[in-house]
Design a protein around this ligand. Structure first.
Ligand SMILES: Cc1cc2nc3c(=O)[nH]c(=O)nc-3n(C[C@H](O)[C@H](O)[C@H](O)COP(=O)(O)OP(=O)(O)OC[C@H]3O[C@@H](n4cnc5c(N)ncnc54)[C@H](O)[C@@H]3O)c2cc1C
Length: 436
């Protein structure tokens, strides 16, 4: 019995390939070129919708490590990227036409994969992997929304930056919750004086912003306005909004600061801190320049940049289990960006995991994800851990179990060893024999 994969983007191609290389059969449904999305331009599988850079190749950079993990798991996306790369310094940059054309040819000629063109407007019977991406067509999105309870499928993200807790200057910050005398409060507060606020404000409203795509040119929800748009409403708007200091007193002088940026723990270990209410459309280098004007963040290391996108994704902690199945219907797997990860390679990784998990489920075997010391395990743990403020996540070292900057090399070695061990464990099962 074939496994249906919906969406022939990065995740869907990877999922179909992993099913086929495990000896299974996949039907890959891609709506393009019959029906297209506002961002895609061709009918090719695995088309890159924007940049042709797959980011760093350096193993000591989380993006580089993620690609190496994919390479070791025989990812068709990374192999094809390696084969169609063009010079790009330390980044893996591809010739986008050759990349997508080569992928399409290989997938269309794979005896284990049948490619069917046309929009899927409902979810077929049997085991299904949904990899329809951030621009999932409306009719399919309605179906997914119905299955996951409409409130758990989102159409825009509003992402605040995350910084490495070890990079915050604790001499210039203090723990406290509003109106609480407890100095071990839930928030790490970064105070600003009136002069510091004025300088920060001027930099914020004049910073360069990302261009909006036509289909993103829509009014923002009032509750998740970009911080720079909020600032344009008046010089004091932020000081009365996300930067309001009420109920907070700086223990260094006992006074209320002029303004405060609050940092909230993003994960249980507290090594990742979220700038509360600072979703932004500033360009990435501008975010770093402007936010480092906050005294406690002068040396901040950014693990995730802020953004606001058109993006279809589920409330993963409520909807998904660690096998990437919908909790309410375990024959349906999600893959790619729709799971709540962010980025080309993260989407690919969630395609690879969902493909292996789906073929295992079809064979009545249990899928155990890689440990959280690996990129896949760390991202799956993020997706499936309770989180009232869930927003899509890119790979970063803050997600790794026991990560510390000074032991980065050890984390990298452990990740690569653990992924090799995991690969051996899944391929040792006699029912999951690669046909290559
Ligand atoms: C405009 C835009 C720009 C982005 N730029 C970047 C970037 O520069 N770098 C980066 O790392 N990430 C970027 N991303 C984020 C993300 O990494 C990519 O969108 C990535 O392609 C996601 O992979 P995916 O396989 O989940 O979805 P996609 O690659 O979008 O693949 C989904 C596929 O499903 C098909 N489909 C949708 N609905 C149906 C249906 N009903 N039936 C059949 N087929 C269907 C689509 O045609 C598409 O081919 C961007 C996202 C967007 C929206």
């Amino acid at each position: 019995m074939e496994i249906a994969v919906i969406g022939g983007g990065l995740a869907g191609v990877e999922a179909a390939y992993q099913i086929a290389r495990s000896g299974g059969a996949a039907i890959l449904h891609e709506m393009r070129p019959t029906v297209t999305t506002p961002a895609h331009k061709s009918g090719l599988l695995g088309e890159l919708v924007c940049s042709n850079s797959l980011k760093s190749m350096d193993l000591l950079n989380a993006h580089g490590l993620l690609k190496e993990e994919l390479r070791r798991l025989d990812s068709i996306i990374v192999r094809t990227a390696d084969e169609t790369s063009i010079p790009g310094g330390k980044a893996l940059v591809v010739d986008r036409e050759r990349f997508a054309a080569k992928l399409t040819e290989e997938i269309e000629n794979d005896p284990g994969i049948q490619v069917v063109r046309g929009e899927m407007t409902s979810i077929p019977d049997g085991v299904v992997v949904i990899a329809s991406g951030p621009l999932t067509s409306d009719s399919l999105a309605n179906e997914i929304g119905r299955l996951t309870n409409a409130g758990n499928l989102f159409f825009y993200d509003a992402i605040s930056p995350i910084v490495d807790a070890q990079s915050v200057d604790l001499e210039s910050a203090f723990y406290a919750s509003r109106y609480s005398k407890d100095e071990t409060g839930d928030y790490l507060n970064c105070p600003l004086t009136g002069e510091e606020y004025d300088r920060f404000y001027d930099a914020l409203i004049s910073a360069e912003r990302m261009e909006l795509k036509d289909f993103e040119n829509t009014s923002y929800f009032e509750g998740c306005l970009p911080v720079e748009v909020l600032a344009e409403r008046g010089k004091k708007t932020l000081a009365f909004g996300p930067m309001k200091p009420v109920g907070l007193f700086d223990p260094r002088d006992g006074k209320r600061p002029y303004a405060v940026v609050q940092l909230r723990k993003e994960n249980a270990s507290g090594n990742m801190l979220n700038l509360v209410g600072f979703q932004t459309k500033m360009k990435y280098p501008e975010q770093e320049r402007v936010f480092r004007m906050i005294p406690a963040l002068r040396n901040a290391v950014f693990l995730r940049h802020g953004s606001i996108h058109r993006n279809t994704y589920v409330n993963a902690p409520l909807c998904l289990n660690e096998r990437l199945q919908l909790k309410v219907n375990e024959r349906v797997f999600l893959a790619g960006q729709i799971t709540g990860v962010e980025g080309y390679m993260e989407a690919t990784l969630m395609g690879l995991m969902a493909g292996i998990s789906a073929i295992k489920a079809q064979r009545g075997d249990v899928f155990i994800p890689p440990p959280p010391s690996t990129c896949a395990g760390a991202l799956i743990r993020y997706l499936t851990t309770e989180n009232k403020h869930f927003q899509p996540m890119n790979i970063n070292f803050g997600l790794f179990e026991g990560y510390a900057k000074k032991t980065k090399e050890i984390s990298v070695e452990r990740c690569l060893q653990d992924i090799e061990d995991w690969k051996t464990s899944i391929h040792n099962k006699k029912h999951l024999t690669p046909h290559s």
